[in-house]
Design a protein around this ligand. Structure first.
Ligand code: NAD
Length: 299
């Protein structure tokens, strides 16, 4: 039996990652604010379901979190009922997209308690979390990174050590998600344009995916969740808005112009308002469909 790991946040990504760790011999102490997220773990012989984040840190020395927003991550790490009110844990791994500022603040405060922090945001979506093929960008102590590599390798197949400072991997991640968000919006515009002109969207994707327009939306998201109208890729619009907003606020802070991002942030804000924060990001195509009066449907 491997080390006991704590895991907090068993949502779309977290429950797959925790299941993979269990399947690879780790024992787990898990917690989520939603009781139903814990149901599938309750009867597992190697799982203890905790009643708070504080209880997780009483029972595990290494703790992973996969949480929705910077504020929630901060509350769980440092707030009331959070990790710091529990036990003497020593390693904290944040798999969420938190942004560099909050991640540095948490790392600094945890360091004062002797806890080592790693930023380890992931990319590859729910399919990657399920298969253990995520890319994981890591920053923080190199020694801690090397010690935690066996754990991270269960979750992701492509690990990158980005640098020694807290927040560096978060900057990498928000730059990645900026591009992913642009790709999804721009692909929605281009494919809706084609459909309006009478093209078959499946043929469009076949062409794009062997041509210079290919990207993560045309390769993965449109085939898996748009053409079949399932819209179940597993990444919520509210989270995409958060990621783009984090990126744009870093752009402001650093004085970097991101003109495309200014418009794009408004589109994700509109998505959140029109279809709700829990809508799937692939549903962004519906906004362009509605304006153009067509639907992107596979035959
Ligand atoms: P999710 O909303 O499905 O899951 C988040 C989980 O955190 C939920 O189960 C929620 O109940 C739980 N939670 C919220 N507040 C809590 C609290 N105070 N204490 C304990 N648990 C709490 O989100 P997700 O899609 O799994 O994403 C998790 C993180 O990973 C986010 O930061 C997201 O940006 C990032 N991410 C998501 C994807 C994706 O495709 N879904 C891909 C890469 C990165």
């Amino acid at each position: 039996m491997g080390e006991t790991l704590g895991f907090i946040g068993l949502g779309n990504m977290g429950h797959h990652m925790a299941n993979r760790l269990l399947a690879n011999g780790y024992s787990m102490v898990v917690f989520d604010a939603r009781s139903e997220a814990l149901d599938s773990f309750r009867n597992h012989p190697n799982v203890t379901v905790a009643s708070s984040s504080a209880e997780v840190s009483k029972l595990a020395k290494t703790i992973l979190v996969s949480l929705p927003s910077p504020q929630v991550v901060k509350d769980v790490a440092l707030g009331k009922g959070g990790l710091c009110e529990g036990g003497e844990f020593n390693t904290y791994i944040d798999l969420s997209t938190t942004g560099p500022l909050v991640s540095s603040e948490i790392a600094n405060q945890l360091a004062q308690r002797g806890v080592v922090s790693l930023d380890a945001p992931v990319s590859g979506g729910v399919p990657g979390a399920k298969k253990g093929t995520l890319s994981i960008m890591v920053s923080g102590s190199k020694v801690a990174y090397e010690r935690c590599t066996p754990i991270l390798k269960v979750i992701g197949s492509k690990l990158f050590y980005v640098g020694p400072n807290a927040g560096q991997a978060q900057t990498m991640k928000i730059a990645n998600n900026y591009l992913s968000a642009v790709a999804l919006v721009a692909s929605s515009e281009a494919i809706v344009l084609g459909v309006k002109a009478g093209l078959d969207p499946k043929i469009m994707l076949d062409v794009l995916n062997v041509s210079s327009g290919r990207n993560s939306a045309t390769l993965d998201k449109f085939p898996a969740a748009v053409l079949n109208r399932q819209f179940d890729y597993g990444f919520k619009s509210g989270l995409m808005y958060k990621d783009v907003a984090l990126c744009m606020s870093e752009a402001d802070r650093l004085g970097v112009p991101m003109w495309v991002g200014t418009n794009m942030k408004e589109i994700w804000k509109l998505m959140r308002e029109k279809l709700g924060a829990d809508s799937d990001t692939t549903e962004v195509v519906r906004i362009f469909e509605e304006w153009a009066g067509v639907q992107v449907v596979g035959q």
